[in-house]
Design a binder for this molecule. Structure first.
Ligand SMILES: Cc1cc2nc3c(=O)[nH]c(=O)nc-3n(C[C@H](O)[C@H](O)[C@H](O)COP(=O)(O)OP(=O)(O)OC[C@H]3O[C@@H](n4cnc5c(N)ncnc54)[C@H](O)[C@@H]3O)c2cc1C
Length: 250
């Protein structure tokens, strides 16, 4: 049975939560909103599966690790895709191919006023929400189980996330045929706190006396390619801008 004694022993990937056949594990936020697993002892049968899939455990299998990884530098051919992606738009190229082959794409988008979550997409329109880095730990919820179900249904699946998340997904898919699974992990220095993000949004909305309707963690078109500044679009101002545009047309 998994037991998180110190926070350094968990990256919140949800592999243990997803693999538990007894639904004995739930994910709970700490003071900063980072999710950690907790075991319900009434439901746990001590099967050891959660320990087997945990990368922070001594029993963790390194069977799938590359001895020496192959490294390529690539960028999309279309400038429009690069401009609207954080880096070289490799994710768009990979996910386009998956969608063309009737597959499904998992990546990071928003729900409930910019709560950062992993989502499933089957069209380019849905997939486009995943473009761009959201510098916050995403809530994976039951996505690993959805991936498993898609693979069992014979679909091609592309999952994109941090290296901790992709690794957690890979190991949680015990006894599942992963021939159709494509993993795309981003370069990642670590994930900032979901509650910091939530509180920061509330702070700027209070300061600006307006509601945020769009967020860009790095706006290449307005702030250049190297800037690391967030940009926000506010509701009232956007409506004023629209009104100005319309009055200029008349
Ligand atoms: C938390 C975080 C830390 C990062 N740290 C570094 C770093 O140290 N050095 C560096 O060079 N680059 C870093 N990046 C940038 C990241 O590596 C690039 O955004 C990525 O390589 C862009 O590739 P792209 O242009 O193909 O995709 P884009 O279309 O710009 O990126 C979108 C992809 O990133 C995924 N993604 C977006 N937000 C998250 C998230 N919160 N968690 C998991 N996946 C997410 C989406 O699912 C999608 O697949 C970081 C990004 C994030 C989200």
């Amino acid at each position: 049975m998994i037991e998180i004694k110190t926070k350094e022993d968990c990256c919140g990937c949800t592999a243990c939560f997803s693999v538990c056949g007894k639904n004995a594990i739930s994910m709970f936020p700490d003071d900063l909103g980072f999710l950690y697993p907790k075991v319900d002892m009434q439901k746990c049968i001590n099967c050891g599966l959660c320990e087997k899939v945990c990368a922070f455990n001594a029993f963790y299998s390194k069977r799938d690790n590359f001895e020496t990884p192959l490294v390529y530098a690539v960028r999309h051919k279309k400038m429009k895709e690069i401009e609207t992606s954080r880096s070289g738009a490799m994710f768009i190229a990979l996910s386009d191919w998956i969608l063309k082959n009737n597959g499904v794409v998992y990546g990071v988008g928003y729900t409930d006023h910019f709560h950062v979550v992993h989502k499933r997409a089957t069209t380019k329109e849905e997939r486009d929400e995943f473009k761009g880095s959201k510098y916050v730990q995403s809530d994976i919820n039951t996505v690993f189980r959805q991936v498993k179900a898609d693979l069992k249904n014979g679909l091609k699946v592309l999952f994109s996330g941090t290296p901790c998340q992709t690794s957690g997904l890979r190991t949680s898919l015990l006894n599942t045929n992963t021939t159709n699974l494509y993993l795309c992990d981003i370069v990642c220095h670590g994930v900032p706190s979901p509650y910091f993000w939530r509180d920061y949004l509330a702070y700027i909305e209070k300061k600006q006396k307006d509601t945020v309707i769009k967020v860009d963690f790095r706006n290449k078109s307005k702030l250049g390619w190297t800037a690391h500044k967030e940009s926000f679009i506010f509701s009232k101002r956007e409506r004023e801008r629209e009104r100005e545009k319309i009055s200029k047309l008349h």
